[in-house]
Structures are given as structure tokens and as C-alpha cells.
Write a protein that binds this ligand. Structure first.
Ligand code: ATR
Length: 269
């Protein structure tokens, strides 16, 4: 029941109609009897500044930020936590008495999704395909957990720029030509290849072996995951990362743990 006292939480993105965040958070609010509701706002790049101002004006208590605004919101906030600053992207904002604080829960969500699937991280070799915003969060999380990270990207300059920003933090290198993957434990797709049904695989199929864990940050069965499944790899899609980034956002807003299983249930509806 929406009342005069109901607090508003939301997501800003463009496009955003497909977002699963309203489903997950509203389910958690309902389950815990929290007087709040969560809505999605389609905010164009031209309007992101005004939209962030409106968070203060309307006293929106907390929000998520998704593509394409995760980087551009940083200078619009009053404070940004150090992880989000290192990654260069904010996906969660808390309104603390009129002061907007930015966080990144994507990287924590990614790490938790590996742990939940019993994937070892420390000293393991991760091949990351792509060097965009999603890759930065994934790589930051892996480095913090002591993984050995290898980045392959179509545009090598972008991979170089990630190595430059992260190599003081841990073990990270560039793969210029992807010729062999034997030493890899996990291959993670962070490119947008797979969003469309007829997309090609993000790497040559001959480089994917049964011993690999095949992880896609896209949250449905992509051709990459389908191929991995076909040859007997353990596969993980992006739903778990999506779930856990929402769980951690909820914890930032409310300081309590949300009902994870209920949130998970709506993701699979
Ligand atoms: P996101 O924030 O979702 O990571 P992004 O920052 O636009 O999105 O990054 C998209 C990634 O997908 C990039 O690594 C991009 O490669 P380039 O740096 O070469 O552009 C990769 N990508 C997109 N389309 C691709 C394609 N057809 N083949 C290979 N890589 C592709």
C-alpha cells in the first residue's frame, strides 16, 4: 500500500524498462514490511544532472544507477566511496540527510556470485573478455581477492588503460593475441556480445575447454554460455551478480540483510 509516508527508492538508466531491480527490491520491502517503494526512471544522458538534483529535491532515499550513467554521476555526488572511485563507476547511491553518497556494489556482487558457485579465486587465472565499465568492476573485485587477471579486448588501448589504473593493486596483464587458454581457470565475458541471439562468441570456440568455468555477465543463456554448456563446462550467467549487487545495495540503504531467497525468486519469474 503506497501511503503519504512511503519512501521512494529508484533506478536511473536508459533504457531501463527491462530492469529487474524494481521486482527484487519491492519484494524485499514487502517481505520485511518496509514502508517504501522502488520505481524505474528512464533518464536520458542529457537529463542525468537534473535527475540527480531531483533526488535531493524529492528526498528520494536511495537509488541505483545503470547504463549509461554509472561513470558520469561521480562528479555529481557529494561523496564517493573509495572502491567506487577506484573502479570509476557508481551503481548505488544513498541519500544521507540531503548528502548523496556513491558506492559500487557490482564488484562485490560479482565476487559473491563466484563464491556462491564454489569457484576458487585466490591465485586462480581469470581471462576477462572486454574492457568496458562491467570489466572494470569485475577486475577490481578479482584483484582484491588475489586472482591473476588477464584481459583481452578488441580495442587494445582500453585494456591497457585498465592495466594502468589497476596494476599497482595486484596481478594483472594484457593478452594481445588470444592463442591459448590452457592456463585459465575461468573465462568471463563482459562484452556486449551475446545480448543478441545471433551474436558470435566473444572468443573462438576452440579456445573454450571443458576444464574452464564459463561466466557471462549477461543474465540469460548467451551463445557463449550455451557453447560452454554443450561441451560440459560449468557455466554461470549474470543473474547471481545482479542479485548480489542488489542485496549489497539494500544493505547500504537499510543497514540490514534483505531476504535474499525472495529476491532471487523474482529474478527467475
Ligand atoms: P559496459 O559498461 O556494459 O561494459 P562498454 O563500456 O560499452 O559497456 O563496453 C563494452 C565492451 O564490449 C567493450 O570491451 C567492447 O570492446 P571495445 O573496447 O573494442 O569497443 C566490447 N564489445 C562490444 N561489441 C563488441 C564486438 N562486436 N566484438 C568484440 N567486443 C565487443
Amino acid at each position: 500500500m503506497i501511503k503519504g509516508s512511503t519512501d521512494i527508492y529508484c533506478i536511473f538508466g536508459h533504457p531501463v524498462r527491462h530492469s529487474k531491480s524494481p521486482l527484487m527490491h519491492n519484494r524485499a520491502f514487502h517481505k520485511l514490511g518496509i514502508d517504501a517503494c522502488y520505481v524505474a526512471f528512464d533518464v536520458t544522458p542529457a537529463n542525468i544532472g537534473a535527475a540527480i538534483q531531483s533526488v535531493k529535491a524529492l528526498n528520494i532515499k536511495g537509488l541505483n544507477i545503470t547504463v549509461p550513467h554509472k561513470e558520469v554521476v561521480i562528479p555529481l555526488l557529494d561523496e564517493v566511496n573509495s572502491d567506487a572511485m577506484e573502479i570509476g563507476a557508481v551503481n548505488t547511491i544513498k541519500n544521507e540527510g540531503g548528502s548523496l553518497i556513491g558506492y559500487n556494489t557490482d564488484y562485490k556482487g560479482f565476487i559473491k556470485s563466484l563464491q556462491e558457485n564454489d569457484i576458487l579465486i585466490k591465485d586462480k587465472n581469470f581471462l576477462i573478455l572486454g574492457a568496458g565499465g562491467a570489466a572494470r568492476a569485475v577486475i577490481y573485485g578479482l584483484i582484491k581477492e588475489g586472482a591473476k587477471v588477464h584481459i583481452y579486448n578488441r580495442t587494445i588501448e582500453k585494456a591497457k588503460s585498465i592495466v594502468k589504473s589497476f596494476d599497482r593493486l595486484g596481478n594483472i596483464s594484457i593478452v594481445e593475441k588470444l592463442a591459448q587458454t590452457e592456463q585459465c581457470d575461468v573465462i568471463v565475458n563482459t562484452t556486449s556480445l551475446g545480448l543478441k541471439k545471433d551474436d558470435s562468441l566473444p572468443i573462438n570456440a576452440s579456445l573454450i575447454q571443458t576444464s574452464h568455468v564459463v561466466y557471462d555477465t549477461i543474465y540469460f543463456l548467451t551463445p557463449f554460455l550455451e557453447y560452454g554448456q554443450k561441451i560440459g563446462c560449468k557455466i554461470i550467467d549474470g543473474k547471481d551478480m545482479l542479485l548480489w549487487q542488489a542485496v549489497y545495495a539494500f544493505e547500504i540503504w537499510f543497514g540490514i540483510k534483505p531476504p535474499v531467497l525472495d529476491m532471487k525468486e523474482v529474478l527467475y519469474l
